[in-house]
Write a protein that binds this ligand. Structure first.
Ligand code: PHE
Length: 447
C-alpha cells in the first residue's frame, strides 16, 4: 500500500539535525529529572550516588540509547515493525509490542502529573502561595476534587494538538522553542536558589558524597533511573530515531542527549535543595517534595509567587516535552499498522489515555477504593510500566542489537574500537544488569 511505499523509499518525515537533538533532550528531560532524580540523590548518598548515576548512564544508558536510535533509523518503522524489518522475523515485532504498550500506559499517568504542574503554576501566579498556608491540606484538597481531571484533559488536548502537526511542524518546532526556554528558566531559578540565605546546606545535602550509602540497592536504583531518565525501553528513542536523517551521527547525538539529560538533572537538584533547606523545610520525597515542600518554600521568599510560578512552568514544560514523545510511539504504530491518518491515530490514543487516566487520577483522591494489587490504581500502572515493562523493553533492545541485528555496525557508525566496546557492553554488561534491575524493581529480589 501507499503508506508502506513511503516508508520503504525513506521519504517519510524527518527531523532536522538540531531539531532531533532538541526533541530527544525534550523526551529525556522530564519529571524524572525534576523531582525523582533530586530526591533519590539526596536519599542514596548525594554526590556518591551522582557519580554512580553517571557511571550507569555511561556504561549502560548511552549504549542502549545508541542501540534504540540505530534500530529506529535502520528500520524506519514503529517500535514494533522496525525490529521485523531489520531481522525478517515476526516474533521480534511481537516482542517490540512491549515498547508500544508501555508508553501508552506511562502517558496515562504522566499526563495527570503534568496537569498538577499546570494547576500549581496557576495557583502560584494568582497569588495562592501565601505564607503560613497548610500546603499538605492544599494538596489533599486538590486531590480530593475533580480539578485534576480537568487539567489532565488540558494536557491531553495540548499534546494531541502538537503531535497532530507531525514531526517537523509539530514535535520539532515545539521542542526547539521550549528546550532553550527551559534552560533559561532553570538558570534563573538556580541563581535565585543559590543566593538564598543558608542555601549551602541544601547544596551539601544534595552533593556531599556519602560513599557508605552506596549499596547494591543504590546501584540498581541508579541504573533503573538511568533507563527512565534517558527514555529507554519505551520505544520513544526507536520512534524518534526513525525520523533521523542518514547523514546525522548517532554517536554524537547519543553523547549530546546524555549530557543534556545530566545537566538538566543537576541544575534541578541545585534548585530544589537550596530552596527547601534555606527555609528549614524537610524536602521529603515524591509528590510531597514538589507539591508540598516547594510551595511552602516559595511562599516564604520575596517574589515567591513569581518564582514559584516559574518553577511550575518549568516542570510543566519538562513534562509536556516528554509526554509528546510518549504519544508519538503508539501514534506511529497505529498509523502504520491500521493505515490510520495521523489525526485519527492521535485522537484515538488520546481518548484511550483519558479512559485509563481518569480512574488512575481518581484513585489518588476522589475514589481511594480504586486499587489493584494492594496499591492505588495510579501507583499500580506506574509500577507495571516503570518497573516491569520498561526493563523488559530495554532487555529486548540490548539482546536484539547485540545479537540479532546484522547491520548494526553500519547504522551506529562508530570507529572500530568504539564499536567493539559498545558491542561488548550491549551483549554482556547491559542485559545482565537490566535483568537485575528488573528482578529488584519488580520486587522479586530484595536487599
Ligand atoms: N525521561 C522522562 C523523565 O525523565 C520520562 C520518560 C520515559 C519519557 C520514557 C518518555 C519515555 O521524566
Amino acid at each position: 500500500n501507499k503508506h508502506q511505499e513511503i516508508q520503504s523509499s525513506g521519504k517519510g518525515e524527518r527531523f532536522s539535525s538540531s531539531g532531533f537533538i532538541f526533541a530527544a533532550i525534550g523526551s529525556a528531560v522530564g519529571l524524572g529529572n525534576m523531582w525523582k532524580f533530586p530526591y533519590i540523590t539526596g536519599q542514596y548518598g548525594g554526590a556518591a550516588f551522582f557519580l554512580l548515576f553517571v557511571a550507569c548512564l555511561v556504561i549502560v544508558g548511552l549504549p542502549v540509547l545508541l542501540a534504540e536510535l540505530a534500530i529506529g533509523r535502520g528500520g524506519r518503522g514503529s517500535a514494533s515493525s522496525s525490529f521485523v524489518k531489520l531481522s525478517g522475523k515476526k516474533v521480534w515485532g511481537r516482542l517490540g509490542m512491549v515498547s508500544v504498550i508501555a508508553p501508552f500506559v506511562i502517558l496515562s499517568f504522566y499526563a495527570i502529573v503534568a496537569g498538577w504542574t499546570l494547576h500549581y503554576a496557576l495557583q502560584a501566579f494568582s497569588g495562592k502561595l501565601v505564607p503560613n498556608t497548610d500546603f499538605t491540606l492544599m494538596y489533599d484538597g486538590f486531590m480530593a476534587s475533580y480539578t485534576p481531571i480537568l487539567w489532565q484533559v488540558v494536557v491531553l488536548v495540548l499534546i494531541g494538538a502538537i503531535v497532530v502537526k507531525g514531526i517537523s511542524g509539530g514535535i520539532e518546532k515545539f521542542n526547539k522553542i521550549l528546550i532553550p526556554g527551559m534552560f533559561l528558566l532553570l538558570v534563573v531559578l538556580m541563581i535565585r536558589a543559590l543566593t538564598l540565605p543558608g542555601s549551602g546546606a541544601g547544596v551539601s545535602f544534595f552533593l556531599n558524597p556519602d560513599f557508605s550509602k552506596l549499596t547494591p540497592e543504590s546501584t540498581l536504583v541508579a541504573l533503573g533511573h538511568a533507563f527512565f531518565s534517558l527514555s529507554l525501553g519505551m520505544g520513544t528513542m526507536i520512534t524518534y530515531g526513525s525520523y533521523v536523517e542518514k547523514r546525522q551521527s548517532l554517536g554524537t547525538a547519543t553523547l549530546a542527549i546524555g549530557t543534556g539529560d545530566l545537566l538538566y538533572a543537576l541544575i534541578a537538584g541545585l534548585i530544589i535543595f537550596p530552596t527547601t533547606f534555606s527555609f528549614g523545610i524537610n524536602p521529603g520525597q515524591g509528590p510531597g517534595l514538589v507539591f508540598i515542600a516547594l510551595p511552602a518554600a516559595f511562599s516564604a521568599m520575596p517574589f515567591g509567587s513569581f518564582f514559584g510560578g516559574l518553577f511550575f512552568i518549568l516542570l510543566a514544560i519538562a513534562a509536556l516535552t516528554s509526554a509528546v514523545s510518549l504519544l508519538e510511539v503508539p501514534v506511529k504504530y497505529t498509523m502504520e499498522r491500521f493505515g490510520w491518518s495521523r489525526t485519527r491515530s492521535v485522537w484515538i490514543i488520546i481518548i484511550g489515555c483519558f479512559i485509563v487516566g481518569v480512574p488512575a487520577s481518581m484513585s489518588l483522591g476522589v475514589s481511594p477504593g480504586l486499587t489493584l494489587g494492594g496499591m492505588a490504581f495510579f501507583d499500580w500502572i506506574d509500577f507495571v510500566a516503570s518497573n516491569v515493562l520498561l526493563p523488559l523493553g530495554g532487555l529486548i533492545v540490548t539482546i536484539f542489537a547485540g545479537y540479532f541485528y546484522k547491520g548494526v555496525a553500519d547504522e551506529a557508525g562508530l570507529t572500530a574500537v568504539w564499536f567493539r566496546v559498545w558491542l561488548f557492553l550491549l551483549r554482556f554488561v547491559a542485559p545482565i544488569l537490566v535483568v537485575f534491575v528488573f528482578l529488584h524493581s519488580s520486587g522479586i529480589i530484595k536487599f
